[in-house]
Design a protein around this ligand. Structure first.
Ligand code: MCA
Ligand code: AMP
Length: 482
């Protein structure tokens, strides 16, 4: 983002609740911040759902530095890991924000969202920044161990947003409404940087509600981005809410992603509003890979076709590419293109394992391709990855946290189908003392405090012993069948 031309300076770029910034004001606030950040390297951003987060990330990018968005609900263990792994130069937060002890060692800079436009000549420019330089480091869970920092270069952000503009006919006339968190790709890259790159607007709801969606779509917003849980809640609310139905009926584009939207919810929304939700498929490491196009056929249960510039193939277990477009042959999705991340920070082992010899990224998602090229995701390779509310959560990470509770002798974590969340986290516990087993709420609080509230078990089941095979390995399939 440079200095906006006169015709866009007065246009609203960002709106969070009652507060908004025009492009001119954003250029001023982000420019002033960038002038203080030049040469900063990595900068942590306290990514609360508020105006300052958007200004902070814009300022970091303008300075040519890399932003590390922090979940403001992260627990102490998770936060300590992210800060020690990414070693940011400082942390940006809205004035008045109380930061947790895990950030004590970091210099803090308050974001002034109303800083006046920089004086000519003092406008920060990214200088000699290259497209390959990191723009964001986004932490994402794996099956085991703590989250890994996916390093996203500037070109990946630009490429993915321009590919989506092509697929969605996304322009400066669009105004997006969303209520997604700002510490993941969906809410931050697509939801904030997307509208800014197009010169359009974004209205953030602070937190998702069907009332907020209805209000904004009825007041000029043109697009809605959400995770399936949000569309599920919309589908549930529609029968009793004609205003919501009218609002969705007006939208130019309703987009769902981060997990599969069940066909039942697709159909309920289409029946009540006359509009079809389209799905796009992405990943923190790859940004967006496929989408149903705005000018294409919306087909429930599919994630559309590869985006411009994305090479997508399905492979057998042994790596042999599947050539069939038959809607039946299942293979792992592998992708290659300028939308990909460069590495996991400080994890050359994990980075090497994630790519094939010819540079494709192994997504771990299993899919088929229909005769016309539409991709249909049918599952994922790792059973130890849970998608709950659109968040990816590693079973191992929660098991480790549970085992740190003195009342827990053994723990296993699985995902179970859940109509609202897609999957819910279930903890299977062997208590240290069966007569004094820790309660479900206590264990949920323990995980929420150490990791994050969305990683807490929604259900706890108690056992005398975990089912194990002859090798002593926990048989998780036996657990889900109990
Ligand atoms: C509950 N809470 C607790 C506890 N229990 N806090 C501390 N300790 C506890 N034991 C709090 C929560 O923090 C929250 O606070 C409130 O209670 C409700 O929590 P929860 O039940 O988790 O919320 P929910 O209503 O179930 O959330 C549903 C949701 C959410 C809004 C859909 O799951 C969500 O925002 N999902 C979006 C995930 C996402 O953006 N994924 C993108 C990553 P409070 O009430 O104050 O909030 S995937 C990605 O980026 C890729 C690239 C892609 O393809 O998109
Ligand atoms: P994350 O690692 O949190 O970025 O989540 C990426 C994962 O979300 C992908 O590997 C998929 O499993 C899943 N995902 C994203 N979009 C979709 C979609 N539209 N349908 C099904 N799964 C999706």
């Amino acid at each position: 983002m440079g200095v906006p031309p006169d015709e866009v300076r007065g246009r609203i770029a960002l709106r969070f609740g009652e507060r908004s910034l025009t492009y001119g004001e954003l250029a001023g606030a982000a420019g002033a911040l960038a002038a203080r950040l030049r040469g900063a390297g990595r900068v942590a951003v306290w990514a609360a759902p508020e105006l300052e987060t958007a200004v902070a990330v814009t300022g970091v990018l303008l300075a040519g530095a890399a932003a590390v968005p922090l979940n403001p609900r992260s627990g102490e263990k998770e936060l300590a890991h992210i800060v020690s792994d990414s070693a940011p130069a400082l942390v940006l937060a809205a004035p008045g924000t109380e930061l947790p002890g895990a950030l004590d060692g970091l210099e803090r800079l308050d974001v002034d969202a109303s800083a006046p436009a920089a004086v000519p000549g003092r406008t920060a420019s990214a200088g000699t920044v290259s497209d390959e330089d990191p723009a964001l480091i986004v932490y994402t869970s794996g099956t085991t161990g703590p989250p890994k920092g996916a390093v996203l270069p500037r070109r990946a952000l630009a490429t993915t947003l321009d590919a989506l503009a092509d697929a969605w006919q996304w322009t400066a006339d669009d105004v997006l409404v969303h209520g997604l968190p700002l510490f993941h790709v969906h809410g931050l890259v697509l939801g904030v940087l997307g509208p800014l790159r197009r010169g359009g607007g974004v209205r953030h709801l602070g937190r998702f509600s069907t009332e907020g969606v209805a209000r904004e779509l009825n007041a000029g917003a043109t697009m809605l981005f959400g995770v399936p849980t949000m569309y599920h809640r919309i589908a549930e609310a529609l029968p009793a809410d004609p205003e919501l139905a009218e609002a969705l009926g007006r939208a130019r584009l309703l987009v769902s992603g981060s997990a599969a939207l069940p066909v039942h919810d697709h159909e309920r929304i289409a029946a009540a509003t006359g509009r079809r939700v389209i799905e796009r498929y992405g990943m923190t490491e790859t940004l967006m890979n496929t989408s149903v196009r705005a000018d294409g056929e919306p087909r429930a249960g599919t994630v559309g076709v590869p985006l411009p510039g994305v090479e997508l193939r399905l492979v057998e277990e042994d790596g042999t590419p599947i050539t069939a477009y038959d809607g039946e042959s299942v293979g792992e999705i592998q992708v290659r293109g300028p939308n990909l991340f460069t590495e996991y920070l400080n994890r050359p082992d994990a980075t090497a394992a994630a790519f094939t010899a010819d540079g494709f990224f192994r997504t771990g998602d299993m899919a088929v391709r229909e005769p016309d090229g539409y991709v249909r995701i049918v599952g994922r390779k790792a059973t130890d990855l849970i998608k709950s509310g659109g968040y990816k959560i590693g079973a191992g990470e929660i098991e480790n946290a549970l085992l740190e509770h003195p009342g827990v002798r053994e723990a296993a974590v699985t995902g179970e189908p859940d109509a609202d969340l897609g999957e819910r986290i279930v903890a299977w516990i062997v208590p240290a003392d069966p007569r004094a087993a820790p309660g479900a709420e206590e264990l949920a609080d323990h995980v929420a405090r150490r990791l994050a509230p969305h990683k807490r078990p929604r259900l706890v089941r108690y056992l005398d012993a975990l089912p194990r095979n002859d090798m002593g390995k926990i048989m998780k399939r036996a657990l889900t069948d109990v």
